[in-house]
Write a protein that binds this ligand. Structure first.
Ligand code: GDP
Ligand code: IMO
Ligand code: MG
Length: 495
């Protein structure tokens, strides 16, 4: 039997167990537990093998989910990662910020990689939000004007949500309007955005102290608002191209959800600590990437999940600004600029980033790296109501531990003179980063992607996983042993 057949069999068993406990479809929700990039895309592609419907729920092109189509590694941004599986219908959900330029590029990319039925299987909820070019420019402007920038991805997510909240934003359905009606909507949205460019456009500077926008770029942006017809024409044409894919998301999801023979995979984006509701505000994204936001973005009710899986890597990473208690020193920051630390002082952090390839799938930015943190993790398990943990990248830790001398897991924090075991919510008030209390491990193990059972893993790796799992409130049911879609150990005894 091939690896794929064995994996298929295990997934089928896991889904069968879940199906016994629900009268509706089996719904598997995959979320990030930390600050994004935990390998969610891979887990989605893994479960997609047996999914009838898959939904990309929140966020937009700020996400980059690495999956493999055959031997080709790609990062999906808006298109659902389950597109890799020929039998799965893939829906772009209600709370997604859809950048049509990027989406069309992704459709073409997967088509060229052999997913020729992408036009039939991909559906876009008509009520999803549209990111327009001026949202992307505004994202950069707003972050640069701020006293403390968030370090956003610049993909226009925040400003698209601002337009939504102001109730002037465009929905995907609007792209089907006549050009003149679409132009009126763009003009209305622009009423609130143009003054910001008028005020700051010429004076705002980038990190090097140079003008963020040239006069030419500012003229182009101004043109969107003063003379919105040409932008309206372009997006009307996009609407025409996509029209067969635009659907009533609720009706589509209902047909699958109220059928006990179906399986639905929900692809969360970003992560619990990046959620605007449950993350480290203000250093967060603009949508709720926790369980409830993700379900709402998927047209599913609160009690839909058969299993909520929170993903983490066995080393933690973050891109952009914000608290990171277990961060190792690095000699470059997430913009690639030199920090106060020399390469010698930053040996552990630099080694982790470079040896583990920690550069963003969406922006290519160097990721900040650190030790796995159980305080953060147990908080995420609770706030997500997680049923399972997926611990990815355990294969990378053995070599890293050997090279730098040890592996660390953060067990507790010292904060405000006390030892605590919860993630403090008042970090922004106290301006104090908790000091981690670590337990050390030797590392040194070798894990290969042909290890398919938990018992195949070296004892030292199992001890590390079990120490991480202990007391978190949900079992580590999935263990990542490599980057490919099938490089996951699934522990059926934990179901
Ligand atoms: P996502 O945004 O949560 O989907 O994660 P990203 O794709 O942004 O980042 C995860 C990175 O880790 C990608 O480069 C994946 O290929 C890689 N990855 C995921 N799981 C594993 C694993 O178990 N082992 C190894 N070596 N790499 C992994
Ligand atoms: P996936 O789905 C990692 C971070 C940005 C920034 C903050 C706000 O691949 O895990 P935004 O552009 O959303 O306004 O940026 O959130 N961020 C991510 N970091 N992975 C992601 O997505 C991210 N999406 C947003 O770096 O700190
Ligand atoms: Mg990512």
């Amino acid at each position: 039997m091939s690896k794929v057949s064995r994996i298929q069999e295990k997934i089928a068993k896991a889904i069968w167990i879940m199906r016994q406990k629900t009268k509706n479809a089996v719904v598997i929700v995959i979320l990030g537990a930390c600050w994004g990039d935990e390998g969610k895309g891979k887990v989605v592609a893994f479960y997609a093998r047996q999914a009838d419907l898959a939904i990309r729920a929140t966020g937009g092109a700020n996400a980059g989910h690495t999956i493999y189509i055959g031997d080709h590694k790609i990062a999906t941004h808006i298109i659902p990662s389950a597109i890799v599986n020929k039998g799965t219908i893939c829906l772009i959900g209600r709370s997604v910020e859809v950048d049509i330029d990027i989406l069309l590029g992704e459709i073409e990319e997967v088509y060229n990689l052999g997913i020729e039925d992408v036009y039939e299987r991909l559906k876009i909820a008509g009520v999803a939000n549209v990111t327009l070019p001026y949202h992307k420019a505004l994202d950069k402007l707003e972050d640069a004007v701020k006293f403390e920038p968030v370090g956003t991805t610049g993909k226009g997510i925040g400003p698209t949500v601002e337009s939504l909240v102001r109730r002037t934003g465009l929905k995907v359905y609007d792209l089907l309007l006549p050009v003149k009606d679409l132009a009126v909507k763009i003009k209305e949205d622009g009423k609130f955005i143009k003054p910001l460019f008028d005020k700051y456009g010429k004076i705002v500077k980038d990190r090097k102290g140079e003008r963020l926008f040239t006069d030419e770029q500012l003229n182009e942006i101004d043109g969107y608002f003063v003379n919105p017809e040409s932008l309206a024409e372009k997006y009307h044409e996009y609407g025409r191209k996509l029209s067969k894919m635009i659907v009533d998301g609720q009706r589509l999801v209902d047909t699958y959800y109220y059928d006990n023979s179906k399986t639905i995979v929900v692809e969360g984006a970003q992560a619990i600590r990046l959620s605007i509701e449950t993350g480290d505000f203000p250093m967060v994204t603009s949508t709720d990437s926790n369980t409830l936001g993700t379900l709402s973005g998927s047209f599913l009710p609160h009690n839909a999940p058969s299993e909520v899986i929170v993903c983490a890597k066995s080393h933690f990473t973050r891109v952009g600004q914000g608290v990171f208690p277990t961060e190792y020193k690095s000699h470059i920051d997430y913009y690639g600029s030199l920090t106060e630390y020399s390469p010698e002082e930053a040996y552990i952090g630099d080694t982790m980033r470079d040896d583990d390839g920690e550069y963003g799938a969406s922006t290519g930015r160097p990721r900040r790296c650190g030790a796995p943190d159980k305080v953060l993790m147990s908080n995420s398990v609770r706030v997500a109501g997680a049923d399972a943990i997926c611990l990815n990248c355990v294969d990378q830790e053995g070599e890293f531990g050997k090279k730098v001398g040890k592996l660390q897991i953060c067990e507790k924090y010292e904060y405000q003179g006390k030892v605590i075991e919860f993630f403090p919510a008042d970090i922004n008030l106290t301006n104090e980063v908790p000091t981690p209390v670590y337990k050390d491990f030797e590392g040194g193990w070798t894990i290969t992607s042909d290890m398919e059972e938990y018992e195949d893993l070296p004892e030292s790796a199992r001890k590390f996983i079990e120490a991480f799992e202990e007391g978190l409130g949900a079992p580590v049911k999935y263990i990542g042993v490599g980057p490919h879609n099938d490089d996951l150990i699934i522990r059926l005894d934990k179901f």
